[in-house]
Design a binder for this molecule. Structure first.
Ligand code: FEO
Length: 667
């Protein structure tokens, strides 16, 4: 039974997958199998994009016959002659003697090398920039030499703005029903295999990959059809950008890869002791035993991380073989551009370290850092200091997650250096953050949205724990962000910012002003220029707020109007506070205008409307004639009055936390 998949009316997937092959190229383990993609264009002419590996020949020919439905096959474009794609070429030509082979001059030569003379062979040789008219479009060919062999060409279909990319953008892994990358959890289930494929198969040819990328730079590609792995029909830019990074051998992640070769476990122990110290400093650490990890995995992980440590026993007066194999693989793939360190072990003649460093010195842009750690048989307690030092050199900035509420710095020293008003100079946007729990929709106003990475696209939002939306996100792990525009009305802020979802349904009487994204959550459709749907991938506790780290699941621009800023809100949107009645004496929230009546604002006071703290309140009504007669000291920062004849030298303003030096006597 055929397994043809219809991509477009005139474009079919006729390839298949192999889940039995143990090793690709008899070298790279295939725990998840591999696909051999082949595509059939049905224009006025019929065109096949590459054949497949012998392993799936039966299915492929059944697919092809079904796809052609009795039509002749006019062309087979041989983009790549490696047998995983071309092994079935002769059988194809036997079945379809009418077919003309379209390929590069070098591929034509290779056909002869692989198959010998083929009776009646018709070849149409194409070079960079050549086109082939197939009826309703002209296919454009481009050389992609050394991606991954020298004869490779890629093909551009202008009708679908599609690149048939040969091995480029390929990945290990069998396809099982879902053909498209956007149907899969690519980052979780495929990225590792895509990186492993890139590093091992194409990684050596970064310069040639860059040449190919420069050729497609101006094409706004809607599709990428690789010969291996899923089809890209969304977010092609993301994968192209990742390819740029891989081609430059730039690390994808800040983190430390430790590869060790250990005979009886002592070198492993040293590697683990270093890993623990790095982890304590906040580094992400990936630790591998070279003896039990395929070298292709080690190569791919090397491509991934910014720092690498090689810990190795001396063996036969040389480098432990599994580690030496890893080093040779790095060499063979022109690996470069990392910060690296070496730890060696040797019981009587430790040679491994120097030999490893010699290897590394021959690679481009390798920064070798000290101390160089020499273990004699087993790590000694007095070497802990060297391990600490190496961990610090590799990961100098200690990163911690602020979960503690303890202030270790004395307030008196800290406060004069921090003017909280400076934070108002930071430019913010304003957003409706929406969530859904069960059947309840809710939302609140936030300003702290930041994109932190783009591969993958991740952002953070900081949400006050008092907000009902906060609790809903904690429970569901999902939220949407609606980016508000300059024409947003104050009523939106009142609806989402001045009442609690615990008390009211904020979406009641709001029909026509919102819609739902694929995740079922709401987003605003008016005075909103974009919405972003997110899945939480991490949380950090910051006392009053939770910082949610999230990955994007959907994002769309829905309007061209500019985004509103925090300043716009204060200058043009938020109604100016009405002059305060002389009789009202208290503290006004600078954010929403709420007035707390009383002479003293509790330092831990939270605005019941907008949930901002005491620092965002300003005194009102203290300028009455009666007040002027008051004895005491006024805080020059926030206006708070300390009543009394003498201000204690260590006094701290209970509202803005400024010290006695910021107070002035009331005259
Ligand atoms: Fe998929 Fe280079 O062959």
């Amino acid at each position: 039974m055929n397994c043809v998949r219809r991509i477009k009316d005139d474009l079919l997937y006729v390839g298949g997958s192999d889940r039995r092959l143990a090793k690709f190229e008899n070298l790279f383990p295939l725990p998840k199998g591999v696909s051999y993609n082949s595509y059939l264009l049905l224009d006025d002419k019929t065109v096949l994009m590459d054949t497949v590996d012998l392993a799936i020949a039966e299915l492929f020919f059944e697919n092809l016959a079904f796809g052609l439905a009795g039509r002749p096959l006019d062309y087979v474009i041989v983009q790549h002659m490696e047998p995983d794609h071309a092994a079935t070429l002769v059988r194809l030509l036997e079945k379809h003697p009418e077919t003309t082979v379209v390929c590069s001059a070098m591929a034509e030569k290779m056909i002869g090398q692989f198959f010998g003379p083929i009776e009646g062979l018709k070849v149409h040789v194409v070079a960079d920039g050549d086109v082939l008219d197939i009826g309703h479009r002209e296919l454009l060919f481009s050389s992609a030499q050394m991606v991954h062999w020298p004869e490779v060409i890629v093909t551009y279909d202008p009708k679908y703005r599609a690149l048939f990319s040969a091995d480029a953008f390929g990945t290990f892994g069998a396809l099982g029903g879902n053909l498209y990358a956007d149907e899969l959890d690519f980052n979780k289930d495929w990225l590792y295999e895509a990186r492993r494929y890139y590093a091992n198969i194409v990684g050596k040819y970064g310069t040639q990959v860059k040449t190919l990328l420069s050729k497609i730079e101006d094409c706004d590609l809607d599709f990428i059809f690789s010969l291996h792995g899923p089809i890209w029909r969304k977010n092609t830019r993301w994968f192209i950008d990742l390819y740029h990074r891989w081609a430059d051998c730039e690390p994808e992640e800040q983190g430390v890869l430790i590869v060790y070769g250990s005979i009886y476990g002592h070198t492993q122990n040293a590697a683990e002791a270093l890993a623990a110290r790095l982890a304590d400093r906040g580094a992400h650490v990936a630790l591998y035993d070279a003896s039990v990890t395929d070298v292709g995995d080690l190569l791919a992980e090397s491509w991934r991380y910014s720092h690498i440590v090689i810990a190795c026993s001396t063996y036969n007066a040389g480098i432990f073989p599994a580690v030496e194999n890893y080093l040779l693989d790095l060499h063979a793939h022109a690996f470069h551009g990392r910060t690296m360190a070496v730890l060696e072990n040797g019981s009587w003649a430790p040679f491994a370290g120097n030999l490893i460093r010699r290897h590394l010195n021959e690679m481009k842009d390798i920064k070798l850092v000290e101390p160089f750690i020499n273990v004699r048989s087993a790590l000694r307690p007095e070497q802990a200091e060297d391990l600490d030092k190496l961990a610090e050199v590799l990961w100098p900035v200690k990163q911690t997650v602020a979960t503690s509420t303890t202030h270790t710095a004395p307030l008196q020293q800290e406060t004069p250096l921090v003017d909280p008003n400076a934070l108002f100079k930071v430019s913010y946007g304003l957003f409706v953050l929406s969530a859904r729990e069960g059947k309840q929709d809710n939302g609140c106003i936030i300003n702290a949205v930041n994109q932190i990475t783009n591969m993958p696209n991740r952002l953070t939002v900081a949400v006050n724990k008092l907000n009902h939306t906060h609790d809903m996100i904690v429970k569901t792990g999902m939220f949407n962000i609606s980016v508000l525009t300059r024409s947003v009305d104050f009523s939106v802020f009142k609806r989402f910012g001045y009442q609690s979802g615990r008390d009211v349904n904020k979406f009641e009487d709001f029909e026509g002003s919102y819609a739902r994204s694929e995740n079922g959550l709401t987003y605003l459709t008016k005075t909103c220029n974009a919405y972003i749907a997110c899945k939480v991938v991490g949380t950090h506790d910051y006392q009053t707020h939770t910082l949610f780290v999230a990955e994007l699941t959907e994002a769309k621009i829905i309007d061209k109007e500019l985004s509103v800023t925090y300043d716009d809100y204060f200058d043009h949107i938020k109604p100016k506070p009405k002059p305060t009645e002389k009789s009202v004496r208290g503290f006004r929230c600078k954010i929403c205008g709420y007035i707390y009546e009383g002479d003293t604002l509790p330092p831990d006071y939270i605005c019941p409307l907008c949930k901002h703290g005491a620092a965002d309140f300003e005194p009102v009504g203290f300028d009455s004639p009666a007040e002027k007669k008051q004895k005491g000291f006024r805080c020059k920062i926030c206006g708070y009055i300390y009543e009394g004849d003498t201000l204690p030298a260590d006094y701290i303003c209970p509202v803005c936390k400024h010290p006695a030096s910021d107070f002035e006597p009331i005259i």
